[in-house]
Design a protein around this ligand. Sequence first.
Ligand SMILES: O=C(O)CCC(=O)C(=O)O
Ligand SMILES: [Fe+2]
Length: 205
Amino acid sequence: MDFRNFCAFHETMNSMSAKLLELNYMILKMIQEGYDLPKHYIWETEDMLMKGAVYFRLMRYKVPSKENNKEAGENGLVAHTDKNTLTILAQNDVEGLEMQTKSGKWIQLEIPHNAYVVIVAETLKAWSNGRLHAVNHRVKMKGDKERYSLGLFTMPKEEAKIEVPPELVDGNTHPLRYKPFTHGDFIKYFVSTLDENALDAFAGL
Ligand SMILES: O=C(O)CCC(=O)C(=O)O
Ligand SMILES: [Fe+2]
């Protein structure tokens, strides 16, 4: 890539990440409005859930080799839940992203051209008192085309205390599921255990 092309590419990536970040904030706001939370939460929750690092990643998935192809295409990304707040993904028109239903079945997404996928991550699940589901997902490559995806991942600050708003707690239908925790402690615990259910360690009172 020559320098001029590189600058144009850089500019496109910058304006795309800015737009996706805006969309990320907009979705969070819609979630809060959907729960009918008092207005002051909009700022407080943004501060709690969105003011840390923002990662914008381009991912490349190679065409599976012949041997792997025979074994139903093991290339891709292992099953996981995201550990940030909200993830927004875009892809070139090569499918491969799969989501696991609550009953354990894997479904391959058919993502329309130019569409985005929004994934609720673990911290947002905790904040919502488990009302929002952080879906288990993976990438399985099968065909003969490379797949590219672009992801924007928003995260709380390390020291941000994740607390369920009292409005989302209801003794009968939604008792408090997570004690307040800092995002840094959650990530430290996850990195040291690599336990996909790390959030459970912050459950209970
Ligand atoms: O590439 C994709 O579609 C998914 C990527 C992903 O799940 C991740 O990076 O956490
Ligand atoms: Fe993910």
